[in-house]
Write a new protein. Structure first.
Length: 78
């Protein structure tokens, strides 16, 4: 990384902008598992066991009787 970007030598880069960084001889690897875990915790979804948080084969329409949703939290979620 030092060869490509101007950097100060403060030690090996391990974490940057929410990404975990592992530098090895055969390449640099980026991982965002900590960020993903933090987001799931924020929205109380740590124990979800599905790959997609919504059914992919159903039809969605307006829920007239549904509870109101905090728009700011919904936008953060998306």
């Amino acid at each position: 990384m030092e060869g490509e970007f101007e950097m100060s030598t403060m030690g090996e880069l391990n974490y940057f902008l929410g990404l975990q960084i592992k530098q090895l001889k055969n390449g640099t690897f980026l991982n965002h598992s900590k960020y993903r875990k933090d987001v799931l915790k924020k929205f109380e979804m740590e124990n979800c066991e599905v790959a997609t948080p919504i059914c992919t084969s159903c039809y969605l329409d307006v829920d007239e009787k549904g509870a109101t949703v905090d728009q700011k939290k919904f936008r953060e979620f998306i």
